[in-house]
Each structure stands twice: as C-alpha cells, then as structure tokens.
Ligand binder design. Sequence first.
Ligand code: HEC
Length: 148
Amino acid sequence: MRFQRVLFLALAASIGSACDERLRDVAGPTPDLQPTLSSIQREIFNKQDSSGRLACTQCHTNAGRTPTGGLLLIEGQSYSSLVGRASIGKPDAVRVIPGDPEASYLIHKLEGRSTIVGVRMPRSAGPYLTTGQISIIRRWIQLGAKND
Ligand code: HEC
C-alpha cells in the first residue's frame, strides 16, 4: 500500500515535470508562461517580451484614457473584461467563452482571423504572439477560463 503510494507520487512528479518542459518549449519568448490568468496577465498583458511584442496594457488601460476597444486588460480587471463579455467591435461575438477557445473572440483577434472586425492584436505591424503562446492562452480557456 505504502509502496504503491510512493510509486504513484513518483510517477505523478515525473509526468508533471515532463509537461512543464514541453510547456517551456512552446512558450517561446515567454518561457514562464502557464495556462492560468495570473501568468497570462504577467507575461502577455502586462509586458513586452523578448520578441519585441508590445504589452497589451500599453493600449488596453484606463490610466488617463478610455481603454482602447472598450477592453480593459489591467491587473484585477482583465477577468471581468474578458470572460463572458460581448465584444464591442463585433457585438455578436463573446471575448472569452469558458471551455471553448475555438469560439472565443480573443483568440480570433490574436490569430488574425478573416472574420474579425478591426485588426490582428497586438495592434502594430507585429510581432504578434507565437503559435505556442496562443496555444497556452487557448489552454487556459479550455480549462474553464478561471480567475486563477
Ligand atoms: C497599440 C495599441 C494596442 C495594443 C498594444 C493592443 N491592442 Fe487590442 N485593440 C487596440 C485597438 C485600437 C482596438 C479596437 C480596434 C480593433 O479591434 O482593431 C483593439 C481591440 C482589441 C480586441 C477586441 C475588443 C472588442 O471588444 O472588440 C481584443 C480582444 C484585443 N484588442 C486584445 C488585445 C490583446 C490580447 C493585446 C496584447 C497581446 C492587445 N489587444 C494589444 C489596440 C491595441
């Protein structure tokens, strides 16, 4: 019984670390990016990364202005601005639908789909988020888009 427990813990630990390594491989210019809102806030919304990509809060802030696109992405506000909230540019779209990254407008804007209103985010001539960074944000939505 005890042996089984130790074996289970060892196995869980090795699976856990294997996952972390894979995540680091896909996270590209933000190697610490995890599929949680606090990590996405820190690594994507709040700051530029080594690729030169702009921080989202450079525009999506209410510091001295109306947040661009009516979307406030600052710490403590991003969850309520995103999850279950209708887009302003495309009112029939929902920014983040828990469990459904494919239908979430945030993802459409980051991927630059042809169906979006306006331009691909971050608004600039790029660099945009990498496929790996977007897949980690997709994973956060897939896991239920929690305020975690
Ligand atoms: C240089 C300024 C700028 C930066 C940086 C920027 N955005 Fe935007 N964003 C805009 C503008 C302007 C709009 C409204 C026009 C449009 O949709 O193209 C917008 C719109 C959006 C929308 C659609 C909102 C709606 O309700 O329709 C989303 C989602 C979005 N941005 C996400 C992001 C994310 C995530 C980042 C960071 C990876 C980011 N933006 C970085 C300027 C910016």
